[in-house]
Design a protein around this ligand. Structure first.
Ligand code: PXL
Length: 280
């Protein structure tokens, strides 16, 4: 048999997220990322959007019961090894996803998406409250960016010190691991991973240029894929950050707004965390 480098038993990951018809973010980006890591991807849309690289024009949350019906349907047939959530749209949808996740007992990566890259809300206000109350306690990892970390922790997050403090406060809300992503700070792109009061830093050189579309989606999807492949959370963050950095570096000049990242970037697992460097 030819060895194509794919795992012999195909791991399965699920995304429950918003649809971005332009393919740069949301569940379309998640599926491309799962595929790139050799993971079989499944996708449950929670909210539909009308958008392109210039911005979001309309948002349509689905009926919570219909989201639940999709989740139950796949759970009965192809239970995932790991799952991630993105934009969930409403508190009712969040509660259905939480109720499914509790029963499914699956490692869950929660990207607490509040708004799009261009600033339009992708969830109602009570959606974020419900996310924190019902989904955070069930999650393996939550992956807020600086803005989301600030909203959730109730503080301004503008420095590495703030990121550590916010991560600690968010960990008190129930997730086992908290990854605060610092891509929007000046200097190197440093992320803070917090668990049990212990902090690990992950650093990559900043990619110059304007913001890109879908960085957070590709990052959390890559983490979920690597968890499905059996990696530990710090290993998953390390390899996922490398993937996203390359995906930004290679972003194709598509669209007239924020260009999407390149989901075809190499998805590699090096087998060990870099030691002695900044990843401690
Ligand atoms: O990157 C956050 C995000 C998540 N989900 C959907 C999006 C976006 C950003 O635009 O459109 C559907």
């Amino acid at each position: 048999m030819v060895d194509c480098g794919l795992p012999p038993e195909r791991p399965v990951a699920l995304t429950v997220a918003g649809s971005d018809p332009s393919g740069g973010a949301g569940l379309q980006a998640d599926l491309k990322t799962f595929h790139q890591f050799g993971v079989y991807g499944m996708a449950v849309p929670a909210v539909l959007t009308s958008q392109n690289t210039l911005g979001v024009e309309a948002v349509l949350p689905l009926e919570p019961a219909f989201v639940r019906s999709q989740l139950d349907c796949i759970q009965r047939d192809i239970p995932p090894k790991a799952a991630k959530t993105g934009a969930l749209g409403s508190a009712g949808i969040v509660r259905e996803v939480a109720s499914w996740a509790r029963a499914a007992d699956v490692p869950l990566v929660v990207d607490p998406v509040i708004s799009s890259t261009s600033g339009q809300p992708l969830s109602s206000e009570d959606g974020l409250e419900a996310l924190v109350r019902s989904l955070f306690p069930l999650s393996l990892m939550v992956t807020p960016n600086l803005h989301e970390a600030g909203m959730i922790a109730g503080m301004r997050v503008q420095s590495l010190v703030d990121m550590r403090r916010a991560a600690g406060r968010i960990a008190d809300l129930g997730p086992q691991w908290v990854l605060v992503t610092g891509g929007h700070l000046k200097g190197d792109a440093v992320d803070v991973l917090w668990s049990d009061g212990q902090v690990r830093l992950f650093r990559e050189a900043r990619v110059a240029g304007p913001g890109h579309h879908g960085t957070g989606c590709a990052y959390s999807a890559a983490i979920a894929a690597l968890i499905a492949l059996g990696r530990t959370p710090p290993e998953a963050v390390c390899a996922a950050k490398r993937y996203v950095t390359e995906a930004i570096q290679r972003a194709p000049e598509l669209g007239r707004g924020n260009h999407p990242v390149d989901h075809h970037a190499p998805a590699k697992w090096s087998g060990r965390l870099r030691s002695g460097g900044p990843n401690r």
